[in-house]
Design a protein around this ligand. Sequence first.
Ligand code: TXA
Ligand code: MG
Length: 366
Amino acid sequence: MLESGLSVGFNVTLILKTNPYSPDIEVLRKAAQILLSGGLVAFPTETVYGLGAVAFYENAARRIFQAKERPPDNPLIVHIAELDMLEDVAVNIPEDAYKLIRVFWPGPLTLILPKHPRVPPVVSGGLNTVAVRMPAHPVALGLIRETGYPIAAPSANLAGRPSPISAEHVIRDLYGRVDAIIDAGETLYGVESTIVNILAKPPVLLRPGAYPVEQIEAVLGVKLEIPAFARGFGEAPVALAPGTKYRHYAPETPVILVEPVSGLENMVNRVKLIAEELLKDHKKVCIAASRETMKEYLELANKGVVVIDMGSRSNLFEVARRLFKVLRSFDDISCDVSIVEGFEEKGLGLTIMNRLRKASTSKVLA
Ligand code: TXA
Ligand code: MG
């Protein structure tokens, strides 16, 4: 297949606006044309915005790494729009994969499968496996169909920064580094897909994501192995899951994560103590708190602390959806230090804690 080499270092990025539910066909055509000529297009998925290139174009895939300043051993996810495309990117697909596919695709589940030789090694970070998902977003699906090829796409942020859930986030990180950005408003889940290595026995959760791990276990009928790095601790041997080898999801503002290990009251008291100490040092302090505990920080708010609403503990979907916006907001309001409340590691709580631990500069157990 012909791949023309668009030059790197251009500085005009086309912004293409469309309705998310019924994508403008002209927008999809234009974006597909850019991809087919070897270009990079950022586009919305139901999780976060992705930075796409045709998955079979080696040079285009390489440009993704340059644009994001992403380390080359951190592989990309290949996005498909039809099951027919799966066999173009993966081989020897196990029956357990189909069990999950039947229930969760299209949707925020990424499966690790044996790589088809047609997928260039640059896409898989040199691994002989490939990460694949079928996104549930009309713009993403429309773009893949219009292009006619699977699209390789990591999240459309600069490496290490919080993933983008709006075109504005993408513009801030990647304007001038990519050929086009499709703007279709905010994404639905606000956190990335759940990544499962279905080839391992038992299957391994590589990254908790928008589908809670419990839902996946219920369909497979087995417990997944959940390594420490999937909970947000430590490093994976290779860059097998995002944020395991490199600091990730991080705003520039230092983040102190206060994890509730002995009840919310203790956690709140610890947050208050830390904030008081920082105020003594004349720091501009932000506290990201759940709706249930926000009112506890009223007195601190009167002393100039900015209190940010993370959403309710009884609606973790909402907390996950706001998470990256909250993390980016610390930089927007120029906090010197942010203090963030932790959540219980159940359901989406595991996903939220993974992201918060990765984003934090220090963790406190309270
Ligand atoms: O929701 C999402 O997953 C978004 C949207 C755009 O689809 N994508 C995304 O990609 O968040 P990102 O930036 O997390 O990068 C893909 C991650 C890599 O960091 C890597 O850990 C994992 O997927 N991955 C890719 N290929 C892999 C493989 N062969 N083995 C293990 N992990 C892999
Ligand atoms: Mg990413």
